[in-house]
Ligand binder design. Structure first.
Ligand SMILES: Cc1cc2nc3c(=O)[nH]c(=O)nc-3n(C[C@H](O)[C@H](O)[C@H](O)COP(=O)(O)OP(=O)(O)OC[C@H]3O[C@@H](n4cnc5c(N)ncnc54)[C@H](O)[C@@H]3O)c2cc1C
Length: 369
C-alpha cells in the first residue's frame, strides 16, 4: 500500500526476488511526500543516517545506470549558515564532526552581511524527488511488479491471525503479505487491524523561484533544523485539548534549506507544522518561509516565485523510520516514519525489508504498546 519511494523500493526488491507484487496507491506514483520534497541527501553526523545515505546514493546511481529514467543525482557542496550565536554554536559543532571549513559569510555574495557564521561541507548530494521516485517505480515494474493507481486502500483483511488481503474502494485485493507504506496514512490503515502505531503528520512547505542570472553553486542550510529526536518532539500529535485550544498549523519551526535544480529553478524551504489533515494547514507558513529566505539570502527577494506546495512527513516518537514485520499479525509489515530524511533512508531500509534483513532497531515492536 503506497507508491511513494518506500512502497516502490520494497516492490522493486520483492519483485526482483521472484515474488508476485501489486502496488496500490490512491493517487499516482510519488503523489505523497516522495514527489513533493527537497530531494536533498545532506551529509549528517549521525552514523545510522550516514550509513543509509551512502547506500541510497549507490542505489540512485544504479537506477541512473540501469534504467531509462534519470534521478537527477548530483554531488553538491553544502553551505551551513548561522544567523545568531546559538545557531553558530550548533553549526560549529556540526562542522567539526563532518570536516566542515569556516567561510567568511561577508565575502559570499548570496548571503546577508550580518550572519553569525557559515561553514562549507563536502559530500552532499541532490536528486530530483519525483524523478527518483518514478525511476524506482520503473525499476519495480521492470522487475515484474504491477501497479494499480487511483485505488484507495480502506482496511486490512485479517483471517486467523494473518493478513489475507486489502479492502479497497474498488474491491478486495488478495495476498499473503501486505506492506503498509502509505506515509502518515499508514497509522489509520494499521488501526483497522487493531494495530496502533504512534505516527504523527508533520507538514513542510517548499517554494520554487525562477532561475537567477548567476548560478547558486551551493545547497544552503540554516543551522536551525532539529535532530531527528527533537523534530519528533516538535511534530508530536496534539491532544484533543490542544486542538480545542488553538488552531493546528502555525509554523512550529521555519529553517532555510535551498538549492538549485539542473533547470536553474531555485527550491526554497522549509518548515515543520503539526498536521492532522490531508488539506494544507498553516497558510501563513509560506510567508514565514519566504521572509526567512529573503533575510538570509537577500538576492532572492527579487526572484519571481513560480509555485509553492506542501507535503506531509510521517513521524515516529523517536524520529527513526519504522520498517519491519508487525508482531502478532502474520504477513503484515510496515515501511513508514521516514520523517524529513526519507529520500536518504527509505531505499536501503526498504531493500533490507524486502530481502528479509530488516534492521531490528527499526522494528515496529519498539513502538507498539
Ligand atoms: C517539504 C518536505 C521536504 C522534504 N525534504 C526532504 C529532503 O530534502 N531529503 C529527504 O531525504 N527527505 C525529505 N523529505 C521527506 C521525504 O519526502 C519523505 O520521508 C519520503 O518521501 C517518505 O516516503 P514514503 O514513501 O514513506 O511516503 P509518501 O511519499 O508520502 O508515500 C505514501 C503514498 O501512500 C499513498 N497512500 C496514502 N494513503 C493511501 C491509501 N489509503 N490507499 C492507497 N494509497 C495510499 C499516498 O498517495 C502516497 O503516494 C521532505 C518532506 C517534505 C514534506
Amino acid at each position: 500500500m503506497g507508491a511513494g519511494l518506500a512502497g516502490c523500493s520494497v516492490a522493486r526488491y520483492l519483485a526482483a526476488s521472484g515474488q508476485r507484487v501489486l502496488v496500490l496507491d490512491r493517487g499516482g506514483v510519488g503523489a505523497g511526500a516522495s514527489g513533493r520534497n527537497g530531494g536533498f541527501l545532506l551529509r549528517r553526523a549521525d552514523p545510522w543516517i550516514e550509513g543509509l545515505r551512502r547506500a541510497a546514493i549507490a542505489i540512485y546511481a544504479e537506477l541512473e545506470d540501469e534504467g531509462p529514467l534519470g534521478c537527477g543525482l548530483r554531488a553538491r557542496q553544502l553551505l551551513l549558515v548561522a544567523t545568531h550565536g546559538e545557531e553558530l554554536a550548533d553549526a560549529e559543532a556540526h562542522a567539526r564532526q563532518v570536516d566542515g571549513a569556516a567561510v567568511d559569510a561577508r565575502t559570499e555574495p548570496w548571503l546577508a552581511d550580518d550572519l553569525a557564521g557559515a561553514f562549507a561541507i563536502d559530500g552532499s548530494y541532490e536528486v530530483e524527488p519525483m524523478a527518483a521516485t518514478a525511476a524506482m517505480a520503473d525499476a519495480a515494474a521492470r522487475a515484474g511488479a504491477q501497479f494499480e493507481l487511483g485505488v484507495e486502500a480502506t482496511r486490512l483483511s485479517i483471517a486467523h491471525g494473518a493478513v489475507d488481503g486489502v479492502v479497497t474502494d474498488r474491491g478486495i485485493r488478495s495476498g499473503s503479505r501486505v506492506i503498509a507504506a502509505a506515509g502518515p496514512a499508514t497509522a489509520r490503515l494499521l488501526a483497522t487491524a487493531g494495530v496502533h502505531l504512534p505516527l504523527a503528520g508533520a507538514r513542510g512547505w517548499l517554494m520554487e523561484l525562477a532561475p537567477l542570472d548567476r548560478p547558486l553553486g551551493w545547497v544552503i542550510e540554516q543551522a536551525l533544523w532539529p535532530s531527528q529526536e527533537a523534530m519528533a518532539a516538535i511534530a508530536a500529535a496534539p491532544s484533543l485539548g490542544e486542538v480545542a485550544a488553538a488552531p493546528i498549523g502555525p509554523p512550529e519551526l521555519v529553517s532555510l534549506l535551498m538549492g538549485q535544480r539542473p533547470s536553474g529553478g531555485i527550491v526554497v524551504g522549509t518548515s515543520i507544522n503539526r498536521s492532522l489533515r490531508e488539506e494544507p494547514e498553516g497558510e501563513k507558513t509560506l510567508q514565514a518561509v519566504a521572509a526567512n529566505a529573503a533575510r538570509i539570502v537577500p538576492p532572492l527577494s527579487a526572484a519571481r516565485a513560480v509555485g509553492a506546495w506542501s507535503g506531509r512527513r510521517a513521524m515516529t516518537p523517536d524520529g527513526r523510520p519504522v520498517v519491519g514485520d508487525v508482531p502478532g499479525i502474520g504477513g503484515l509489515a510496515v515501511a513508514s516514519g521516514f520523517s524529513s530524511v526519507g529520500m536518504v533512508t527509505a531505499p536501503e531500509t526498504c531493500r533490507r525489508l524486502a530481502v528479509g534483513a530488516a534492521d531490528p532497531e527499526l522494528s515496529p515492536a519498539r513502538l507498539l504498546e
